[in-house]
Design a binder for this molecule. Structure first.
Ligand SMILES: C[S@@+](CC[C@H](N)C(=O)[O-])C[C@H]1O[C@@H](n2cnc3c(N)ncnc32)[C@H](O)[C@@H]1O
Length: 320
C-alpha cells in the first residue's frame, strides 16, 4: 500500500464519525498551542502501539531498548505540530488524508538513513568484478545492465554504484545501457537523492579522480552530482513490505546493504526470496555483512567473494 495516495479505509467510508473525528483533530491542530515539550511518559502499552504501527507499515522492528529514540522523535514532531499528547498524535497520524501526509514525515524521522559514499569497498569490488565479467561476455552489446540499490537512503549508495560502473563501462568502450534504480520508503530521503547535492566532506571517501569527474562545485560547501550521472539513477518510492505490487523489472545486480538488519528474520526471508526472483539469469545479489545467516533459495547459490556476502542466480535459466 502506498501511504501517500491510499487513504485509510475509515476515510474512504466517509461516515459521520470519521468526519467528526477529522474535524475534531483539525480543530486541535488549527488552534495555536503553546509549544511546551510534551511531558507525558510513555507506558508499555503506548510503546507497543507505536512500535506495532511502525512494524505494520514498514516492517521495521523497534525493540524496547529504542524507546527513548521513539519518544524523542515523537516529541520533536509533536512540538512542531503543537500536539501535547501521544494519543492525539496517534489519531492524527492514522486518520484521513492529513494523516497519510504526516506519516510520510514521521517515517522519515523513525528510519535510520545513515549512509556514505563508497561505504563498503569490498561489496563494491564484487560489483565491479561481476560487471567486468558481464562486459567480457557481452563485448559489443547494446543490452541493458540494470542495478538496484535497495534502501538507498539519500542517494550516496546509488551514486557510488553509478560512478563505479559508469567509469568501468566507459573504459571498456561498451555501448550497453547502464541504469540504476534506487528505492526507499522515505520520500524525504529520495528527494535528497534526486537533488544530488552533498557537503563536499561527504565525497572525500571517493577516489580523487571520481570527485572531480562526477561532481561540480555548487557553492563553498556543497557539490552536485553532474547531470549525466544523475540521469542514470532513477529514484523511486518502494516499501519493502509491498514488493508484491512493485513494477521493478529484473536486475543484473541487486545491492542491499544495511537495510534488512532492521527487520525481523521472517520478513528478511520473504524480502530475500522476492529479491532472488528479481535477478536476471546470471544476476548477483550483494548483501551487507550480517544481513542474514542461513538463507537458502533454490534460485541462487551463495558465493564467497572477497569477504562480501553474495548470491548468484544460475545463468542457464531462460528469462521469464
Ligand atoms: C541505514 S540506511 C542504509 C542506506 C544504504 N543502503 C547504505 O548501506 O548506506 C537504511 C534505509 O532503509 C530504508 N528503509 C527502512 N525500512 C524500509 C522499508 N520498509 N522499505 C524500503 N526502505 C526502507 C530507510 O528509510 C533507510 O534509508
Amino acid at each position: 500500500m502506498n501511504y501517500a495516495i491510499q487513504l485509510p479505509v475509515s476515510v474512504c467510508r466517509n461516515n459521520n464519525r470519521t468526519v467528526l473525528e477529522e474535524r475534531r483533530l483539525t480543530a486541535v491542530l488549527d488552534k495555536p498551542v503553546p509549544l511546551s515539550s510534551p511531558s507525558e511518559t510513555m507506558d508499555e502499552a503506548q510503546f507497543s502501539r507505536w512500535a506495532n504501527l511502525l512494524e505494520r507499515r514498514t516492517g521495521i522492528y523497534l525493540p524496547s531498548r529504542r524507546r527513548s529514540f521513539l519518544i524523542s522523535s515523537l516529541n520533536i514532531r509533536m512540538q512542531e505540530l503543537g500536539i501535547a499528547d501521544y494519543e492525539t498524535y496517534f489519531n492524527y497520524l492514522t486518520t484521513g488524508a492529513r494523516g497519510a501526509v504526516e506519516w510520510e514525515i514521521l517515517v522519515d524521522r523513525l528510519t535510520v538513513h545513515e549512509t556514505r559514499f563508497y561505504r563498503d569497498e569490498q561489496a563494491l569490488a564484487v560489483v565491479r568484478q561481476h560487471a567486468r565479467q558481464w562486459l567480457e561476455q557481452h563485448p559489443s552489446s547494446s543490452e541493458r545492465f540494470d542495478i538496484w540499490s535497495v534502501g538507498c537512503a539519500t542517494g550516496e549508495e546509488a551514486y557510488s554504484l553509478a560512478i563505479l560502473l559508469d567509469d568501468l563501462f566507459i573504459h571498456s568502450g561498451s555501448c550497453a545501457y547502464l541504469g540504476i534504480t534506487a528505492t526507499d520508503v522515505s520520500s524525504a530521503a529520495l528527494t535528497a537523492g534526486r537533488k544530488g547535492v552533498y557537503h563536499y566532506h561527504r565525497i572525500k571517501n571517493l577516489p580523487e579522480s571520481f570527485q572531480t569527474h562526477y561532481f561540480e562545485a555548487l557553492d563553498e560547501q556543497h557539490v552536485q552530482v553532474i547531470p549525466e550521472l544523475q540521469r542514470r539513477v532513477c529514484f523511486m518510492r518502494q516499501n519493502l513490505l509491498e514488493l508484491g505490487q512493485s513494477r521493478i523489472g529484473k536486475m543484473d545486480i541487486i545491492f542491499c546493504q544495511n537495510v534488512l538488519i532492521y527487520f525481523p528474520r521472517e520478513r528478511r526471508l520473504e524480502i530475500l526470496d522476492y529479491l532472488a526472483e528479481h535477478l536476471k539469469p546470471g544476476g548477483l545479489l550483494v548483501l551487507g555483512a550480517g544481513e542474514i545467516i542461513d538463507w537458502h533459495n533454490p534460485l541462487v547459490q551463495a558465493e564467497s567473494r572477497q569477504g562480501a556476502l553474495a548470491y548468484r542466480r544460475s545463468a542457464l535459466e531462460t528469462e521469464a
